[in-house]
Design a protein around this ligand. Structure first.
Ligand SMILES: Cc1cc2nc3c(=O)[nH]c(=O)nc-3n(C[C@H](O)[C@H](O)[C@H](O)COP(=O)(O)OP(=O)(O)OC[C@H]3O[C@@H](n4cnc5c(N)ncnc54)[C@H](O)[C@@H]3O)c2cc1C
Length: 382
């Protein structure tokens, strides 16, 4: 039972999303996983359905819906195919959101509308080979030269890398100022000096594009500075507060799908003359999995509701991401166990769910880092 009561428009949108996920996305999930092919057709359809900017303002081409609805949509899509849900999630929460929060009116008009309508795809490029959890230790530089900046450096593990048109990028503008010397830029594909590494091969979310994003004397107009010089680290942290809600929603979707598949299988699998779901040991595993998923969803929607109301949610979004990510991994592992040996085989979806679940404990801050964030907000330590 959902504590959030949807209005008629939201119900209609969720009905549409459920039908799209069931009829168009889920049947493709195994293929996307095995071929690693980026699902351009599904991304195009999500754009046509108005989903790529579902929680962005209508004046910028979005559907003007809430962040709670966004989280529900990410769950629904990831339950069908984790890759497809991730692509939409990154477009909205990691690329459009920082532009919405910190962009000028001109920047919003120029960059948000194509992202919201699905004409363009977005990405966030923050991580570097030497700077992951310690996001303030980036080495990419941006030097002001007249009416433009020149960027040099390499970002790695960038989701939607190469396929995205619009990149929100962190770079150091003042080496002496520590994290206050980091600035944020909007970089577009085609700008001179921007290139991409080859696809990185991953254990899960296989159809999502992950590449290095490389800046070699990359010329970016000064008008593409997002926020003020030196504000980049804050913009990134604010972005991740919202972004982690998306990862939590991904995790809930993956876990839900893993459990649904396991119940379906176990309910018809017979051993000792009875279905394996008649064994209490199996029933208790199912009960524990379902309870954890429900709790993860509640934490996720709570954080989304805070975000929607512009109430600080650093702690709550970290808790949602931590709990949902750990739940997804545990549930996917237990769900595979319910399949017995068949769960270990590629013909069944259980092993895909397990591989997809793992990433939710890693990106947008590992779950160790989420614990650091939560403890810091409780103990008040910098
Ligand atoms: C598939 C994929 C997609 C990604 N997409 C993006 C993207 O779109 N944009 C982007 O910018 N980045 C992206 N990332 C990067 C991701 O956010 C980082 O990988 C993650 O933050 C961890 O950084 P790291 O890999 O450098 O690990 P490290 O920071 O080197 O961590 C190594 C280990 O040390 C632990 N650790 C580190 N610091 C602490 C601490 N203070 N306390 C306790 N433990 C600690 C970590 O939890 C981890 O277990 C992606 C990564 C992957 C794998």
């Amino acid at each position: 039972m959902m504590p959030y009561v949807l209005d008629d428009t939201e119900k209609l949108i969720m009905d549409t999303v459920r039908a799209f996920a069931r009829d168009r996305v889920k049947p493709r999930a195994a293929d996307i996983d095995s071929t690693g092919e980026f699902p351009w057709d599904l991304v195009k359809e999500m754009g046509e359905l108005g989903l790529m900017g579902v929680c962005l303002p209508e004046e910028y081409g979005g559907a003007g819906q809430s962040y709670v609805l966004f989280a529900m949509i990410v769950e629904e899509l990831c339950a069908a195919c984790a890759t497809t849900g991730l692509i939409l999630d990154v477009n909205i929460s990691l690329c459009a959101e920082p532009i919405l929060m910190y962009g000028t009116a001109d920047q919003k008009r120029q960059f948000l509308t194509p992202l919201a309508t699905g004409q363009k795809l977005g990405a966030l490029a923050m991580t570097e080979p030497g700077a992951g959890s310690d996001a303030a230790s980036i080495k990419t530089t941006a030097v002001r030269k007249g009416d433009h900046y020149v960027l040099n450096g390499t970002k790695t593990f960038i989701t939607n890398g190469g396929v995205a048109d619009t990149y929100v990028v962190t770079a150091v503008t003042d080496k002496e100022a520590g994290h206050r010397g980091i600035s944020e830029f909007i970089v577009e594909k085609g700008m001179p000096g921007l290139s991409f590494g080859p696809p990185m091969h991953k254990m899960g979310i296989c159809g999502s594009a992950t590449t290095e994003v490389i800046f070699r004397d990359c010329v970016v107009p000064a008008a593409n500075l997002l926020g003020a010089e030196g504000q980049g680290f804050k913009i990134t942290m604010d972005t991740l507060d919202a972004g982690r809600i998306g990862v939590a929603a991904q995790a809930v979707g993956i876990a839900r799908s893993a459990l649904e598949d396991a119940i379906e299988y176990a309910a018809q699998r017979k051993q000792f003359g009875q279905t394996v779901t008649s064994f209490q040991a199996i029933q208790f595993m199912i009960a524990d999995m379902a309870t954890a998923i429900e709790a993860a969803r509640l934490l996720t929607l709570q954080a989304a509701e805070l975000r929607e109301r512009h109430i600080p949610c650093t702690k709550e979004s970290a808790m949602a991401k931590l709990f949902a990510g750990d739940t997804a991994m545990r549930v996917a592992t237990d769900a595979l166990q319910l399949f017995g040996g068949y769960g270990y085989m590629k013909e069944f979806p259980a092993e895909r769910h397990m591989r997809d679940a793992k990433i939710t404990q890693i990106y947008e801050g590992t779950n160790q880092v989420q614990r650091v964030v939560i403890a810091r907000s409780l103990l008040g330590r910098g």
